[in-house]
Design a protein around this ligand. Sequence first.
Ligand code: FE
Length: 232
Amino acid sequence: MLFRQFFDAATGSYTYLLASGIGREALIIDPVKEQVPQYLQAIAQLDLKLLRAIDTHTHADHITGLGDLREATACVTMMGEFTKAECVSECFRDGDIIGIESLQLQARFTPGHTGESFSLVLDPQRPRAVMTGDVLLIRGTGRTDFQSGDAGRSWDSIHEVLLRLPDETLVYPAHDYKGWTVSSIGEERRYNPRLAGKSREQYIELMNALKLPNPKLMDIAVPANLACGRVY
Ligand code: FE
């Protein structure tokens, strides 16, 4: 399998490029508009054919690369069924399988960070990895205070979907701000300070008391992302 992680330093965003091998069909998860030239370079140099570009949710801190990638490669753009983005060509539902040659990703509805967030499980029969968007971060969880976020739903998504995956399942989030690149379900169960030893009520209280400033780009990024990355 070919698996590449890209980092956008300005926003701490991770993007994942997956294919069954060099010269094969590929998909990309949570691409950042400014980094599209780098993805296209990798796609060309690894002789990949980009078939799908997926956003786990509507990002508030960066502009999606979905529209630019679709223009450059004619790939299919995808988001979960509850997105309000106008120009997504295909939507997936909870349990749907997104296939690329021998690779399978299963879409799992994991709201909480936003009301329309999905996670993507690689090889659902024997889960190897899960791309969690911002619902579950490494030693953290995604904020729940805008875009129909809800701390109780975040807790439920994390406990009823993500933490039910095998302990060794690797966790690849859409962001990190401290230099972590990958974790595992078992690690997060034991060491995530927002989850370990906490009750649902304590988690909701903690999340509702965060009082984070809005992301710098939010007023630009959310409307742009609802238009697949077009900036007016
Ligand atoms: Fe987010």
